[in-house]
Design a protein around this ligand. Structure first.
Ligand code: ZN
Length: 104
């Protein structure tokens, strides 16, 4: 797949989805155009600014943006559970050790 050099500044979440590049900006997601390299469409509130959406009311950028939002949520929840593991590993390991001790 595509490898991007990790920039030292501003960790803006960028995802490559089905060959498209999506940049997650929170309220809006920028999706790269396949037919016109260098052009970006912003998807916001389930609407896109491309011609396809204008004429058909739907377009592929919407699904790419939806996946980017999903991926962003997934990575955020991973960080959260990692923090939870760090916070709870001590007590829970102790509880596990106590539970495994034969209580006679
Ligand atoms: Zn579109």
């Amino acid at each position: 797949m595509q490898t991007t050099a990790s920039a030292p500044v501003a960790p803006i979440p960028t995802y490559t989805i089905d060959g498209d590049t999506a940049i997650y900006l929170g309220p809006a997601v920028l999706v790269s155009s396949k037919s016109e390299p260098g052009r970006w469409y912003s998807v916001q509130d389930g609407a896109c600014h491309c011609k396809g959406y204008f004429y058909r009311g739907t377009c592929r950028h919407l699904s790419v943006a939806a996946k980017a939002v999903e991926l962003d949520r997934a990575s955020a929840s991973t960080e959260l559970s990692a923090a939870e593991v760090a916070a709870f590993s001590g007590p829970s390991l102790r509880a596990l050790a106590l539970a495994m001790e034969p209580a006679n």
